[in-house]
Design a protein around this ligand. Structure first.
Ligand code: SAH
Length: 396
């Protein structure tokens, strides 16, 4: 008998709207005892079946829905079907945008809560982020082998969110070849080297692909400052867009070393590119004090907000760097600014930029809006899936 999770009275509303999470406070009782990650039935207060879900006893998100269909079992076929549905979108995207790498599974948004799979060429890189995802590891891998017989599988579940689920951090080859130190991938026709084993996240920030492409269109003739550059995707884009100069700044020397190689790999003029290991917050102030100016600034910081308590501090951080960037821009210059914090709403981010403009005593026009690329879809019933937003701002 499958263990049953009985919701408190009236707490079925979000599930009826197909939101895939059950929080601890919504549970009236458990009928039976489930192992961590095991599949359970979620029922309303009267015992009506609502969903099958993975049990996460250690997490505040106590259950994550696998299926809304009572007759669907969570087995290899289930994962094969979810993979096939996800793959269709990515096939279309790969053709449209000239790519060989994309997020194949974006967790909840692809109907597989807690599971991230990025595809880099013929390497599938997994992140299993929840107890349920971990519990299904072997089944998922069987499904992946079935769908992608030519692909190697590598695990990058070395992420701290696993601790909230009571899971250890893990990493390593699951199947097939060990990834090379740097794997070349194609994004909108440009070549980029990805370090699957030790790079950030699964190796590369796929979600910024379309903003990088947009950068090409703003770069012509510009002196560009690429803040938080990582491996220089925006720098390569700016060079492809014929910029005059691009300075990339990051605190990670390893990332900057790859950034330089990425410029060379695309046959671009390395003498136009500079790579600075520095703290963006400090560098912007130094540039301001020295009277440096730019025509285009890319501001793509790491996530500032991990939980709601950090939102105020994050607002100050975003305002600070954006105010400094606005001050550094020549009249008519462009600021491409981003927030990848899921807890930062788009309208609040826009307000922060407006406040930054006021403090910088410059007029700013919002002329384009960005979001995560289409291989990071947002499921209508799970709006939290939208985490990355950005604006192209013209500074007068
Ligand atoms: N724009 C990149 C992704 C940026 S991720 C791309 O297109 O791929 C954020 C980057 O900020 C990371 O590479 C991290 O090393 C860097 N970083 C974090 N804090 C920093 C700081 N204070 N100053 C400079 N770089 C920082």
């Amino acid at each position: 008998m499958t263990v049953r999770l009985i919701l408190a009275k009236g707490r079925e509303k979000s599930l009826l709207r197909r939101h895939p999470w059950v929080f601890s406070g919504a549970i009236a009782r458990m009928e039976g005892k489930a192992l961590s990650g095991e599949t359970i039935d979620v029922c309303d207060y009267n015992g009506n079946w609502l969903a099958s879900a993975a049990w996460s006893p250690a997490s505040q998100i106590r259950a994550r829905v696998w299926s809304w269909q009572q007759n669907e079992s969570i087995d290899t076929d289930f994962f094969v079907q979810r993979l096939q549905t996800a793959q269709k979108l990515r096939d279309w995207l790969a053709l449209r945008d000239n790519l060989d790498s994309y997020r194949l599974i974006a967790g909840e948004s692809d109907g597989l809560p807690g599971i991230t799979i990025d595809r880099f060429g013929n390497f599938l890189v997994l992140q299993l982020l929840s107890a349920g995802a971990e519990y299904q590891r072997a089944t998922l891998i069987t499904a992946l082998q079935q769908c992608y017989p030519h692909c190697a599988i590598y695990d990058r579940s070395d992420v701290s969110v696993r601790k909230k689920e009571g899971l250890e951090l893990t990493q390593g080859v699951v199947l097939g070849e060990t990834p090379p130190e740097l794997l070349p991938i194609t994004e909108h026709g440009m070549q980029l080297l990805v370090d699957i084993q030790t790079g950030h996240k699964t190796g590369y920030y796929l979600d910024q692909r379309d903003s990088r492409l947009a950068t090409r269109r703003y770069a012509s003739g510009a002196r560009v400052l690429n803040c938080f550059s990582y491996t220089g995707g925006f720098a390569v884009s700016a060079l492809l867009g014929n910029c005059k100069q691009v300075i990339s700044v990051d605190t990670s020397q390893a990332a900057l070393d790859v950034a330089r190689q990425n410029v060379e790999l695309n046959g671009l003029d390395v003498s136009k590119a500079e790579f600075l290991r520095d703290d963006v917050f400090k560098l912007l102030r130094r540039y301001r004090d020295n009277g440096e100016t730019f025509d285009l600034i890319v501001m793509d910081p790491p996530k500032f907000v991990e939980n709601k308590n950090q939102l105020n501090a994050a607002c100050r951080g975003y305002k600070d760097i954006n105010m400094l960037a606005i001050q550094l821009l020549n009249p008519g210059g462009m600021l491409l600014t981003f927030s990848c914090s899921g807890l930062m709403p788009t309208d609040l981010f826009q307000k922060i930029i407006a406040d930054a403009a006021l403090d910088a005593r410059r007029d700013v026009q919002f002329i384009e809006q960005f979001r995560q690329a289409a291989d990071h879809p947002v499921l209508a019933s799970y709006p939290e899936g939208l985490y990355l937003k950005g604006f192209a701002c013209r500074v007068l």
